[in-house]
Ligand binder design. Structure first.
Ligand code: HEC
Ligand code: HEC
Ligand code: HEC
Ligand code: HEC
Ligand code: HEC
Length: 176
């Protein structure tokens, strides 16, 4: 990676590019070009997704539910009705080794997958309970420290998961 092109720096440059202010010192020109490419790519992907399927995206269904493998998750003889003691352990039965990276998102770290996902099926992609653009707002009402960056991103039609991984990552704030 070129000096000054860490993901954080890249996004900070990104917000400068959004302003259209050509204030990059020459030494950072390469990084600026790189940032511009990242923005263009992210926006193209975001637009591609939304024009292909609308913000709602396509409906999704869970493979074991589709295949009627109800017993893989349900056991009538247990107190919870599930094959494991608690809901927070269920997803890891099959999604083993799911949690990776140096930074793990709070609800993922405690196995609270069902706060964002449905276990069976959903009108949204990736078994999400709500549309992808609405997932994060359920909890994150607090004021952003990087408020102007976030306002600019929102005004350009970017949604949280265009930049943040919802689960984990090797970069602070799980930046993609
Ligand atoms: C991947 C695991 C998984 C599979 C496979 C699965 N379920 Fe579930 N099911 C769950 C979980 C977890 C809940 C509890 C959801 C909650 O409380 O948020 C649940 C809840 C339910 C409920 C309670 C009502 C509801 O919908 O919340 C019924 C009834 C049910 N499942 C039936 C089935 C049947 C029938 C099948 C097979 C066709 C099936 N499930 C397959 C995980 C699964
Ligand atoms: C019985 C095994 C099993 C269990 C338990 C299980 N899954 Fe899955 N899940 C699968 C399989 C198989 C797939 C499809 C292949 C893949 O993507 O790995 C899948 C795919 C998914 C997907 C991607 C769906 C899509 O359309 O993109 C999500 C999201 C998901 N699971 C969430 C969960 C959550 C949340 C739980 C806990 C409630 C859970 N899974 C428990 C087997 C399981
Ligand atoms: C804060 C909300 C949130 C939580 C909590 C969460 N997810 Fe997700 N998950 C998402 C979103 C949003 C996507 C769609 C990502 C995308 O389209 O880029 C997703 C996608 C997925 C997928 C599809 C493939 C992938 O990796 O992107 C799987 C599998 C999955 N989640 C499993 C889980 C499991 C297992 C847990 C619990 C350990 C969990 N999720 C917890 C929001 C969440
Ligand atoms: C169920 C509630 C919930 C949802 C939904 C949720 N988060 Fe979080 N998020 C948390 C919690 C709890 C923390 C840990 C807060 C802390 O450590 O101060 C956190 C932390 C974070 C952090 C790290 C903040 C820091 O200062 O280290 C980021 C970034 C983040 N969430 C982004 C997202 C994104 C993006 C989404 C949507 C995909 C999302 N969150 C959805 C509860 C949630
Ligand atoms: C254009 C990419 C981008 C988008 C879109 C984006 N973020 Fe961020 N986010 C960042 C960057 C970069 C940082 C780190 C800022 C810094 O440290 O200067 C960050 C930091 C954060 C933090 C922790 C520090 C803070 O500033 O409060 C949280 C929590 C967070 N974002 C949540 C969200 C949520 C929720 C959404 C959707 C409403 C979202 N982000 C959309 C790039 C983005």
């Amino acid at each position: 990676m070129i000096w000054g092109c860490s993901p954080l720096t890249r996004y900070k440059l990104t917000s400068t590019l959004f302003d259209g202010v050509p204030s990059m010192p020459p030494a950072e020109q390469y990084c600026a070009d790189y940032a511009a490419q990242v923005v263009a790519k992210t926006r193209a992907e975001a637009e591609g997704k939304s024009s292909a399927a609308g913000d709602a995206g396509k409906a999704s269904s869970h493979n074991p539910y589709d295949e009627k493998k109800c017993d893989n998750c349900h056991d009538k003889t247990t107190e919870s009705g599930l094959v494991v003691k608690s809901k927070n352990e269920l997803c890891f039965v099959c999604h083993t080794g799911f949690v990776k990276g140096s930074f793990v998102h709070g609800p993922v770290a405690v196995g609270d997958c069902l706060v964002c996902h449905e276990p069976h099926n959903s009108p949204n992609p990736a078994l999400l309970k709500v549309r992808p653009s609405e997932v994060c707002a359920a909890c994150h009402h607090e004021k952003r420290q990087a408020a102007s960056l976030h306002e600019k991103a929102a005004s350009h039609g970017l949604i949280c998961i265009n930049c943040h991984d919802p689960h984990f990552g090797n970069v602070l704030f799980f930046l993609k």
